[in-house]
Write a protein that binds this ligand. Structure first.
Ligand code: ZN
Length: 280
C-alpha cells in the first residue's frame, strides 16, 4: 500500500548521508542580463542559511529535469515555461546522484515561495564564490561556472549520414532525409553526451543541412532544416561559422571535418550517431 517516500536521507557508499531516495536535482538558471539564480536555504533545513540552487529530492518516476523544474516552482516561483533546459551535469556516487539542470531563462520571475527558501537572488557568476555556499554546491561550482549560459548546437550533414548505411536510401532520398529528421527530433529530447565530458548531457539545438532531392524537407519541433542551394559542404561551414555556441558536427567527410574544425567544431562520426539513434 505504501509508496516509499523520496524525502529521506540515503546512507551512501561515499560514507556520507545524502537527501533523496532516488537522488536529487537542482536548477541552475542563467539569465544573460541578471546572472544565475541562487537560493538561500531557510535556517531550519539541512545546511540551513547557506546559498545553493533551488532543488531537492527526485520523486519516484520523475526525471531529473521534472524534479528540478518542480522544485524551482515550489521554492522560487519560477514558471516551468520561463526557461529552456540545455544540459544536465551529473555527480554519480552509485548509491545516489545529484543532477544539475542547466537552463537558459529570458526574463523569468523568481521570489522566495515556500518556507524552505529564505531568499532568492540573481547573482553575477563571478560573485558566486563570495557567498556562503552549501558545501556540495561550492565543490561543483568551478565546473558549472564554465557551462553557465552555454548551449550545444548539433549540425548534421544529412547526405553523409543517410549515405553511411546501405539501406536503399538512394531510391528515396527525400524520404530517407525525413526519417533522419524524425529520429533527430527524438534525440533533441533524449540528449547527446558532451564530446569531452561523460558526466554532461546536452539537449542540443539541431540543424539538419539537406541538399539535392532532399532539399524540400521541412523543419519540425526540435530540428531546424536548412537547405543548401548548391554545395552542401559550404552551407554546413557557413552554418557552423555563424554559431556563438559550442558546435558538434556529424559527418564522415574528411575535408568537411577539417573545414568545420577550423571554426572550433567537434566531430561525431555517422556510425556513432546512427547507433545512438537506433537506441531511441
Ligand atoms: Zn555519496
Amino acid at each position: 500500500m505504501s509508496q516509499a517516500s523520496a524525502s529521506v536521507f540515503v546512507r551512501c557508499s561515499c560514507g556520507r548521508l545524502h537527501w533523496g531516495r532516488y537522488g536529487a536535482a537542482g536548477l541552475l538558471l542563467a539569465d544573460p542580463a541578471r546572472g544565475v539564480l541562487l537560493q538561500r536555504r531557510a535556517w531550519w533545513v539541512h545546511h540551513g542559511r547557506t546559498w545553493a540552487l533551488p532543488g531537492g529530492a527526485i520523486e519516484a518516476g520523475e526525471t531529473a529535469v521534472n524534479a528540478a523544474a518542480r522544485e524551482a516552482l515550489e521554492e522560487a516561483a519560477v514558471p516551468v515555461d520561463a526557461f529552456r533546459a540545455v544540459a544536465a551535469s551529473v555527480v554519480d556516487h552509485g548509491d545516489w546522484s545529484y543532477t544539475t539542470v542547466l537552463a537558459l531563462a529570458d526574463g523569468a520571475e523568481a521570489r522566495a515561495a515556500n518556507t524552505e527558501s529564505a531568499e532568492v537572488r540573481w547573482v553575477d557568476p563571478d560573485d558566486v564564490p563570495g557567498y556562503r555556499l552549501h558545501r556540495d554546491f561550492a565543490a561543483a561550482w568551478p565546473d558549472l561556472r564554465d557551462r553557465v549560459g552555454q548551449e550545444l548546437v548539433f549540425v548534421v550533414d544529412a547526405a553523409n549520414v543517410v549515405g553511411s548505411r546501405p539501406d536503399g536510401w538512394w531510391r528515396d532520398r527525400h524520404g530517407a532525409a525525413e526519417r533522419l529528421r524524425d529520429q533527430l527530433a527524438k534525440l533533441a529530447e533524449a540528449g547527446v553526451p558532451d564530446p569531452d565530458d561523460p558526466a554532461v548531457t546536452w539537449w542540443p539545438r539541431i540543424i539538419l543541412v539537406v541538399e539535392g532531392r532532399a532539399r524540400n524537407v521541412q523543419s519540425v519541433p526540435g530540428v531546424e532544416v536548412v537547405a543548401a542551394d548548391t554545395d552542401g559542404d559550404s552551407k554546413i561551414v557557413e552554418v557552423v561559422a555563424r554559431q556563438k555556441a559550442k558546435v558538434l558536427v556529424a559527418t564522415a567527410d574528411r575535408e568537411l571535418r577539417r573545414r568545420v574544425a577550423a571554426h572550433g567544431a567537434s566531430i561525431l562520426g555517422p556510425g556513432t550517431l546512427r547507433t545512438r539513434l537506433d537506441e531511441l
